[in-house]
Design a protein around this ligand. Sequence first.
Ligand code: PLP
Length: 439
Amino acid sequence: MANTLPFPGRHGVNDAGHLTIGGCDALELAATFGTPLYVFDEQLIRDNLRAYRAAIPGSLYAAKAFLTVAMAQLVASEGVGLDVVSGGELATALRAGFPAERIVMHGNNKSPAELAEAVSAGVGRIVVDSHRELLMLDEIARSMQRHPAIHLRITPGIKPDTHTYIQTGQLDSKFGTPIADGQAQQLIIDALNCSSIRLSGLHCHIGSQLFDLAGLEAAMRLMVDLMAETRAATGAALPELNIGGGLGIRYRNQDTPPDIATYAAHLIETITARCAVHDLPVPRLLCEPGRSIVGEAGVTLYTVGTIKDVPGIRTYLAVDGGMTDNPRPALYEAVYEATVASRPAAPATKIVTVAGKCCESGDILIRDVALPEPQPGDILAVFATGAYNYAMASHYNRLPKPAVVFCKDGEAHLIVERETYADLYAKDLPLPRAASVTL
Ligand SMILES: *Cc1c(COP(=O)(O)O)cnc(C)c1O
């Protein structure tokens, strides 16, 4: 479908003048499934997965951006691997029937149980974050009589140009083992000496929502240099390099991130050139994007409630969700575009601040956004909410989590049911009788 609206994603307008997502009328989706509602353009997710796979055959999807059983199945059906960071993500993937050998297990503080789960499932690679974890995994693998393949997470010491909360490759980071003071070199040597694990490569991930590829390219050169040093010191030519994720997306209409093919071509070129300098064979590349696969494919639909005008200051427009379904504005001042789903192409003449319904003044979804004269009862569509929204959703104020719908070719499929009040207290236990009488 042509991008007929200026917003992130590639959503359309139908004959009734309504917003369409994956060919589905947004007002019909809201009426059928209720609001707040997470809606995904399934074909856009598939197209993004295909673009990554075409550029880098070893592509993995970073599950933390958005994972459900159906999403894992979709990723599997496109022949892309999966990067998980916890026992819970791994269990979800296995529940979906995701092939274990195409799963990579991450985490900066995996528990012994999580490591054992990954070994037992037979995941393709475990990315070891620290020296302590290396020894722990070697021991676990020995006791299970297995020989898992691992990567080592290296911190190249590059600080990318993005929000500090999503920078991960700088020296001052909780992730990975730094190159700077020789720790990485020592970790590699120690890993090669472990008898129950196989070191097949290195990994780095320097940050997220990146537009400027210079930082990534610098990181890649450092990683190749480290691989060359490793060969010189040990004779081992490590066959794989995982370059992480991090490609940015359009949140604002004026954002212009590189496309997937351009991003991949730049990094491949940088790595190939650096390998040539060292006369090193080019390693098999893996990458693990999350945001750039699902971010722009997602739209959240809300029902507009109270509109409060504070004369001379601002107009608050409250919706039936908020920081519970999208904590990113409160967490890192993330910005979003929105429109009214019944008239997305109408002139946006009214500037409002979109507030949620939680008991926090910081529960603001969008500051100062221009909308086409919104009224209570309208359906508000917030764009580019596919990544780190559902995944970060909470039950604050005991709000049930919204439903999730995939839309493709005009058909909508419910992939996560809306939570009920009963779901909210399903794990609660009553006060024991004896304790309840003493007061
Ligand atoms: C978060 C993360 C990713 C995915 O990042 P995106 O910016 O969503 O592409 C990939 N790898 C690691 C190790 C991560 O922590």
